[in-house]
Design a protein around this ligand. Structure first.
Ligand code: IFM
Length: 699
């Protein structure tokens, strides 16, 4: 495989999209795909995984590191950057096979080529080589660690010091709560009359890594050599692609878009950590506070399970380790058990604000109910835990905290149920489902069914535990006293209100949904007075209509597939898809998966492509009211992979073995990929004529 994503020409307005499109990352850090001479105004950032800080009343967000790879050349005092020095050609590119960001600009007074990567071999290292040739004039180079960085709710560092030590220049940035980010770099400049080559190797360590991150960062550069590090880096990428690459014969654009999506998922996988998950915007910046959402469990985990089981494990472990945060959150709202964070940071702290959107007209914060009413987040955590356990057959996470997550999650749903006096039925009131435009709704079908699924799963798995792991069962009982609740799980799941399909097969998204105004998405869009206006909330244009933000009933039909008849999926797909704005990048892939379940791969195809090309195409939603929400879309990338694997190849695991039921879109001659399952690697291949193979090899 040899794939390079290129964009030629330069236009200022593409800077933000390119920052996402050309991201390089290694799970520890993400370097936005901006040019090396760019700074905070162009949203240049090196975003760090798992390290958060809050300034004053601002939102708590992930930290960006000072940028040690900043370099600006000048010729005759004119900055070598498009928009300042005239140029004949400009290209920015990302070699996704090798994880290399490159630029090549032919300026009037010189030619500038640079290459940058953050090491897939050593997560602390990042390197750049910048070559200025054909210089016609007097050149100078400003290479430094740029501490004037882009931050959304900063400045986060109240103390920044710098120094030099044996050829290494270092910066130590500290927050008022004691976090440290140490950045060291060793740069060399080789020059003659017509050229200058600046080569820089840098290292980042933080107080999450060790006691003395500065010493560690300096030490990491002891023998740093660009070419040697580059070789190790590209070899690590080659090893990743060995299992991850997908092939689509007959559709090069889909093949490129899907592999590009997988590049992003591989880039941000937390493979260096035992307990860390993936933020909703990957490592592309501080949007969404660098927090972890249900996106990981429901949209990304399948890919990690199939090709990066270590990363899948780290994501699931993260939820087990953040149980205390979920218990605290439940208690805060007067519930019992585990109410997981909607926007989870370290320790399970919920960074979601009660006012998560700002009104475009008044500039006032808008009360949103994501934090307190998206009850389905807890079910997503359990869904991820069970997916991991069932796929890997690894019981160790269940035994090491996972069983407790199950019991506390079931306990949470028990405490959430409401019973009308005189009625046997339980209800979940005032929820926000995946469709966030309709808030505080009663009996959201998705939420109720995922709660029921959680209760039933907990009942089944904890009952099995009693027989298979009696000592662990007794210890858990002693710790949290759940046994007497077990019969309640089943009773509650039997009595919880079900939004049953009507005669027409339709499932009402929530009580009263069918009484809302039935208008088209375009009509609702036409009512906007400002394109950045938030469609949901009390006064949003969609809130009183049947127009929904993202897959909701359809997400439920996919997640709980097997429970519903095919005609139910068809009826609901045909009803809800035209009423869906697809205002979230999580939406299209759910419809694509449902379309495949209905044996309509050609209907699935454009939705699949929308997901796979979300960051390649760019141009997604940048604003929710006045809140910036741009960045990469790893959930869409993961959803595209799910559509490929479960939808088009039709993968099912039966008795531990992969079984394919291909439904390839028009024009695809064949499609193939590798997955890891049960200690083996399988090469899966499906052909347009319906033939398929699953070839097993030892790992
Ligand atoms: O988790 C999603 C949510 O479903 C829709 N808004 C964006 C979030 C982060 O991707």
């Amino acid at each position: 495989m040899d794939r390079v994503i290129r964009r030629t020409g330069w236009d200022k307005d593409s800077t933000t999209d390119n920052g996402n499109r050309f991201l390089t990352a290694n799970g520890y850090m993400g370097i936005r795909g901006t040019l090396p001479e760019y700074g905070r105004n162009e949203l240049a950032a090196i975003n760090l995984a798992g390290l958060y800080h809050k300034v004053g009343n601002g939102w708590r967000e992930s930290l960006n590191a000072p940028n040690p790879l900043y370099v600006l050349h000048r010729v005759d005092g004119v900055a070598c950057t498009p928009g300042v020095m005239p140029y004949a050609s400009h290209e920015q590119a990302l070699d996704i096979t090798r994880g290399l960001h490159t630029r090549s600009t032919v300026f009037d007074l010189c030619v500038l080529r640079d290459e940058r990567f953050c090491s897939m071999d050593n997560p602390h290292l990042l390197c750049l080589r910048s070559e200025l040739t054909g210089i016609r004039g007097a050149a100078d180079t400003d290479a430094r660690t740029d501490s004037d960085i882009w931050e959304i709710y900063g400045p986060h560092y109240n103390h920044v010091e710098s120094g030099a030590d044996k050829g290494v220049i270092w910066v130590l940035a500290q927050t008022d709560t004691g976090q440290q980010v140490a950045v060291a770099r060793r740069g060399t400049l080789a020059e003659d009359a017509e050229s200058r080559v600046y080569t820089c190797c840098a290292a980042i360590y933080t107080s999450l890594d060790c006691q003395n991150p500065l010493a560690a960062a300096i030490r990491a550069l002891d023998d740093a050599d660009y070419d040697i590090l580059r070789r190790a880096h590209t070899a690590a990428w080659a090893a990743l692609w060995q299992c991850a690459e997908v092939s689509i014969d007959g559709d090069p654009f889909a093949e490129e878009a899907l592999n590009y999506s997988l590049y992003h998922l591989l880039s941000i996988a937390p493979r260096h950590a035992a307990s860390l998950s993936v933020p909703a915007r990957g490592l592309s910046g501080q949007t969404y506070k660098g927090a972890v959402f249900w996106d990981t469990e429901m949209f990304m985990l399948d890919f990690y399970l199939a090709v990066q089981p270590q990363a899948a494990r780290a994501c699931v472990r993260y939820r087990i380790d953040t149980l205390q945060g979920a218990l605290d959150k439940a208690a805060e709202y007067g519930y019992r058990g585990a109410f997981y964070a909607w926007e989870s940071q370290e320790g399970g702290f919920d960074a979601c604000s009660d006012y998560n959107v700002t009104d475009v007209f008044t500039g006032r914060p808008v009360r949103t109910y994501f934090r307190d009413r998206q009850y389905h987040i807890t079910a997503a955590v359990v869904y991820g835990l069970m997916k991991y356990t069932r796929w890997t057959k690894d019981m160790s996470l269940l035994l090491d905290g996972g069983y407790e997550v199950l019991a506390q999650s079931a306990r949470f749903y028990l405490s959430l149920l409401w019973q009308k006096p005189g009625s046997r039925t339980y209800q979940i009131l005032g929820a926000v489902g995946p469709d966030e435009y309709h808030e505080k709704v009663d009996n959201n079908a998705y939420t109720n069914e995922m709660a029921r699924w959680t209760l039933l799963t907990a009942a089944e798995v904890l009952a099995e535990m009693k027989g298979s792991h009696p000592a662990a069962y007794a210890a858990l009982e002693q710790k949290i006293g759940f046994e007497r609740e077990l019969p309640l799980y089943k009773r509650a799941s039997a009595r919880l209100k079900e939004k049953k399909p009507g005669k027409d097969g339709l499932i009402e998204q929530f009580d009263g949904y069918f009484a809302l105004e039935d208008v088209s998405v375009d009509t609702v869009r036409g009512r906007l007075m400002d394109p950045r206006e938030y469609w949901g909330g009390a006064n949003g244009v969609a809130a009183h209509t049947r127009v929904i933000k993202q897959a909701d009933v359809i997400a439920m039909l996919y997640m709980l597939r097997g429970r519903y008849a095919g005609k139910t999926t068809r009826a609901n797909y045909d009803y809800y898809e035209p009423r869906t704005e697809h205002g979230s990048s999580l939406s299209a892939c759910m419809y694509a998966l449902a379309a495949c379940m209905m044996e309509r791969p050609d209907a699935a195809y454009p939705l699949f492509m929308k997901s796979a090309a979300a960051d390649l195409a760019g141009g997604g939603k940048q604003w929710a009211g006045l809140v910036y929400i741009g960045g990469t879309h790893p959930a869409a990338a993961g959803g595209a992979y799910m559509t490929f694997l479960y939808g088009f190849l039709g993968l099912e695991i039966r008795q531990g073995l992969p079984v394919l039921h291909p439904r390839l879109p028009e024009g695809w001659k064949s499609a193939s990929c590798k997955i890891q399952l049960g200690g083996f690697e399988y090469t899966l291949k499906a052909k347009a004529d319906g033939s398929r193979t699953a070839i097993k090899a030892p790992l």
